[in-house]
Structures are given as C-alpha cells and as structure tokens.
Design a protein around this ligand. Structure first.
Ligand SMILES: *[C@@H]1O[C@H](CO)[C@@H](O)[C@H](O)[C@H]1NC(C)=O
Length: 329
C-alpha cells in the first residue's frame, strides 16, 4: 500500500512536471546581434518564392542581391510558401537546390535566412523543411514553425499561421501534413499563449511579428479572419509595431486607425499579377502593387522604416516612423 502510494505520488509529480513543461514550452530563441556600430539593422523580406527561378523569381533574387550588398544586410526574412507547389517531398528534394541555393546566389544574400512555413509548404513533407540536415546543404537556411529572433533594439516573433486557417482542415482539394500540429486546439492555444508571454517579456524598442498569412489584405486572399479574431488582439495589446506577411502575391502596406500596427505584405517573390483586388479605404491602404518585388526594413533605436522594390529594384513605396524612448528624455 505504502509503495503504491509512493509510486502514485512519483508518477503524479513526473506527470505534473511534464504537463507544466508542455504548457510553458517556450518558443525557441535566436540571438542575432547587429554588426553595425550604431546597432541599427537592415533586413530584406521576401515571400512566396520557390519556383525554380521562374515567374521573375531570379530577377527579384538579383535585385535583392544588389540591394543586399549596398545595405550590407544583417539577415533575410522569408514570409513562407518557400517551395511551390507542394513544399519539399523530403530533405533530398532537388527543389531545395533549384529554388533556393541556386537562386539566391549573391554574396550579400549568404546571410542567415529566417523562414516560416506557408500553406503550400504544409502540402508537402512539412518535417523536411524543418530538418537541420538542410542547414548542412546550405548554411543560410533556417526554418522553424514559431520562434524568436532577438536583435538588440528589435525583437522578431515568427508565428506559424497555417494551422489557424479553418479551411485547410476541411477542404478536399489539397492534403496537408499536420504532423506536430495535432491536436489542433491545443497547438493553437499553446502557441498564442507563448506569443503573448514572449511579447509581454520583451524589452526591445521595436516588436515585429512575422507570419505567412495576412491579417488584413486587399489582395485575392483578403483578410484571415481567424488571425483577426485570435492573434490580432494580442498584437494590439502588446503594442506590436509591424505585422509582416506573405500569402497574397503582392506588395502592400495597410495601416488601420483602430490599431498602431502597420500591416506589411511582402509576397512578391515569384508568381504575381493576379489582378484580383478588393476595395479598401484609400486612407488605410497606403500602397498596393500586384507585381513581383520585395521589401527592406531599416531599424534604428528611434526610427523604423520599410521600403518596397519592384523587379527592377525601383523603389515603389517608402514608410517610416519615429519612436521616442526613455533615452531621449
Ligand atoms: C516580370 O516582371 C515584368 C515587370 O514587372 C512584368 O512585365 C512581367 O509580366 C513579369 N513576368 C511574369 C511571368 O510575371
């Protein structure tokens, strides 16, 4: 009897510890300190790209390389849909080489890439893109579901948005690889909790959230209601500065009077020109471009800016804002 009780107690303790670890599972963190002496950062952002160089992917890559050199970029962000049409089949899939390594060849782009998964990536073998073996094939590659990159004055929160999308769980046209995501309710509630806690604990001047799916968009996919309902309230409460996404194959800047957040879409990495556009309040839609291109971010202690470029490297739209921190007082 006594032994039984003791055994039960031990099992209970172990179970409680494991449960606590599950609930409080922290997002993986990466430290990427700026190299410029003033602590500022220059970053490129591209999304929806992997098509073996086709649909102007190579042209966008070339311009990214040119600008990357001029700016001496710190790193590159991919907003997902990394490999079309169905992600990677396994770690040996030649698409990794053909759509990534052989495309982004400029010296200036051989920096760390931080990538999230898009819905097309979930249509393949989702574990392949997350497999560390790919880093051995190409050291600039890094893709995780959700994670944090700390860069001094700025902190990036990468969020796995595909599992939020209700349709993907019911539609019959495509199959998704949900390994690691089920049970879905638990996965989503844990993720939202982790993001909320991490944002709460962040002392960075600038907080930037990156996901594949839109929150707001005038493009063909439009808003993602699940994210408007579940993620946006957290980002608003925690005073996030920018939400950056892909998914719609366009370049876009939306600012809403109801929110301090700027919504930036960089999804022009390859196939674009869909010519589907939803009416939007022109006071809020600061910029919309239906074609290919990419975005750069410029982050200083007291100022942040974004610039959008087309396939020729021509600047299409610029935005920036200031923030007065305690240090200025
Ligand atoms: C490539 O970019 C040019 C310039 O924007 C555009 O005219 C052309 O249609 C694009 N090609 C494709 C396949 O989208």
């Amino acid at each position: 009897m006594a032994i039984n009780n003791k055994t039960t107690a031990v099992i209970l303790v172990v179970y409680t510890v494991v449960a606590a670890i599950n609930v409080a599972a922290e997002l993986q963190r990466f430290d990427h300190q700026p190299t410029k002496p003033d602590g500022s950062l220059d970053i490129l952002v591209v999304g929806d790209w992997g098509r073996r160089g086709l649909y102007n992917q190579s042209d966008v890559a070339f311009q990214m390389g040119r600008l990357g050199e001029k700016l001496d970029v710190d790193f590159i962000i991919s907003t997902g849909d990394n490999f079309y049409e169905d992600g990677l089949s396994d770690v040996e899939d030649p698409l990794f080489d053909e759509s990534f390594t052989k495309i982004y060849t400029a010296d200036s782009l051989q920096k760390q890439w931080y990538s999230v998964l898009g819905n097309h990536d979930y249509r393949g073998n989702v574990l392949a893109q997350l497999n560390p073996v790919l880093k051995q094939k190409d050291s600039k590659w890094l893709c995780l579901r959700s994670f944090i990159v700390n860069s001094g004055i700025v902190e990036f929160f990468f969020v796995d948005t595909t599992p939020f999308h209700d349709n993907y769980f019911t539609e019959e046209d495509h199959e998704y690889d949900w390994r690691g995501v089920l049970p879905r309710e638990e996965y989503l509630s844990n993720l939202l909790k982790e993001v909320e806690v991490a944002l709460d604990e962040s002392s960075a001047t600038w907080k930037i959230v990156v996901g594949h799916h839109t929150i707001f968009s005038a493009g063909s996919h439009g808003n993602t209601q699940e994210l408007v309902d579940q993620l946006l309230p957290i980002l608003e409460a925690k005073e996030v500065d920018l939400y950056i996404n892909g998914h719609d194959h366009c370049l876009q800047h939306i600012s809403s009077p109801k929110s301090q957040i700027q919504f930036l879409t960089s999804g022009g990495g390859s196939k674009a020109w869909r010519d589907e556009f939803n009416q939007w309040d022109p006071n809020q839609l600061k910029f919309y471009y239906d074609g290919q291109g990419f975005m750069s971010l410029h982050i200083y202690e007291d100022k942040i800016g974004a610039i959008f470029y087309d396939v020729y490297g021509v600047i299409l739209h610029e935005w920036s804002t200031n923030k007065f921190t305690c240090k200025d007082v």
